[in-house]
Design a binder for this molecule. Structure first.
Ligand code: NAP
Ligand code: F7E
Length: 337
């Protein structure tokens, strides 16, 4: 039986990856931060909370990384833990650098000294492309991060390559474009949209407040992307791969797709800070803009080229953005009684 360790197992991707690896017959270990009330709700939602071995873990602390690497002796180590909300990274720039950047080298150095045969996956991100230098973005596109989150992830990405090249570790990075699900954190824009619209469809009055409606993202389904992570670690040689759908969509269009699922017909008017969406049947204002959700520096356009992953891994996104919006909106609507 193969063994794997997942940092960030309580997060969206960690929970989907844990389920996938359990289905594949792995013994799954995961790192959980000590907080006053551990939140295992995603693992519970997927019905796997009793099938995983949980260990106290924080990326900021080298000693506990040593401990889990020594004690678990895993075949595969997936580093999914991060301060993952880009918006907060301007308020927590040093913490983002420590956890998302230095946290990676803490793990890599423990693996180098204690478990050099263990295969390693690093959660790199399309946020590293930031102010994009090429359209679409691939593994060879020049990086230009636009947030403390993105800058820290660039360090994590390059130190993974460096440990592969310096010490021969089987260390791969997945450069993943945005991927969502009904388990997405509530502050990310897709889930914020589907939760708010579901509440409005159930009778709530408060409109959905958003920031930059013109930003474009390449959104896929998290379930597809964790399969790609696993596939990367099954290759004979470690490498870096982009995972993306190849389709880009504005925030505005994602709102419209989610609204259609909930039988809401939106009329858009105004622009910039004055833009609104009104529901035609009820006349209710459903979307307004609040400047507080604008970012100090924006990533305007992301669209990924995952042809390398398609060719070498046989990986392909199976859920297109309208289906994704429908899946998330239905799940949030059904959760409200
Ligand atoms: P998520 O839902 O926010 O999960 C993040 C996980 O990291 C949580 O389990 C969290 O624990 C844990 N964590 C945070 N700080 C930690 C620390 N100091 N020590 C140990 N654990 C810590 O994020 P996700 O969407 O699953 O993303 C997984 C990874 O992929 C992240 O590294 C993210 O940056 C990266 N990524 C995500 C996307 C995407 O679109 N989802 C795209 C590209 C890359 P708590 O539960 O205790 O908060
Ligand atoms: O923002 C715009 C916002 O917070 C998407 C993380 O998983 O994917 C994620 O990062 C866009 C931005 O995700 C609101 O300005 C407008 O342009 O959902 P998000 P993100 O920043 O793309 C990458 C790949 C990761 O690696 C990250 O870990 O939506 N936007 N209005 C808004 N965003 C939010 N959150 N809230 C708004 O009200």
């Amino acid at each position: 039986m193969k063994k794997a360790f997942i940092t960030g197992i309580t997060g969206q991707d960690g929970a989907y990856l844990a389920k996938l690896l359990i289905e594949k017959g792995y013994e799954v270990h995961g790192g959980v931060r000590r907080i006053s009330q551990p939140i295992l709700s995603r693992l519970e939602w997927l019905g796997v909370e009793k099938d995983v071995h949980l260990h106290e873990f924080d990326l900021a602390e080298i000693n506990n990384i040593h401990r889990v690497v020594r004690e678990t002796e895993v075949d595969e180590f997936y580093n999914l833990a991060a301060q993952s909300f880009v918006g907060s990274s301007w308020n927590l720039p040093v913490y983002a650098g420590d956890v998302n950047g230095l946290g990676v080298v803490r793990i890599l150095d423990c693996l180098r000294t204690l478990a050099p045969q263990t295969r390693f996956y690093q959660a790199s991100t399309s946020e590293m492309f930031g102010l994009v230098q090429e359209v679409p973005q691939s593994e060879t596109t020049r990086l230009y991060p636009r947030s403390p989150y993105g800058v820290a992830k660039v360090y994590g990405h390059y130190i993974t390559t460096n440990y592969r090249e310096s010490f021969g570790l089987h260390a791969s990075s997945g450069i993943l474009f945005n991927h969502e699900s009904p388990l997405r954190g509530k502050e990310f824009v897709t889930r914020k949209i589907t939760m708010s619209l579901a509440k409005i469809a159930r009778g709530a009055d408060a409109p959905l407040e958003l920031g930059n409606m013109d930003a474009r993202r390449d959104w896929g389904f998290a379930g597809d992307y964790v399969k790609g992570m696993w596939q990367m670690l099954q290759q004979e040689a470690a490498d870096d791969y982009v995972l993306a759908t190849g389709v880009t969509t504005t925030i505005r269009d994602f709102v419209s797709y989610a609204a259609q699922t909930l039988n809401m017909d939106l009329e858009w008017s105004g622009s910039g800070i004055d833009e609104t969406a009104t529901e035609r049947k009820t006349g209710k204002t459903v979307v307004v803009i609040n400047e507080k959700f604008y970012r100090p520096a924006e990533v305007d356009l992301l669209i990924g080229d995952s042809s390398k992953a398609a060719k070498k891994l046989g990986w392909k996104a199976t859920v297109e953005v309208r289906e994704l919006a429908e899946m998330m909106a239905k799940s949030d609507y059904d959760a409200i009684t």
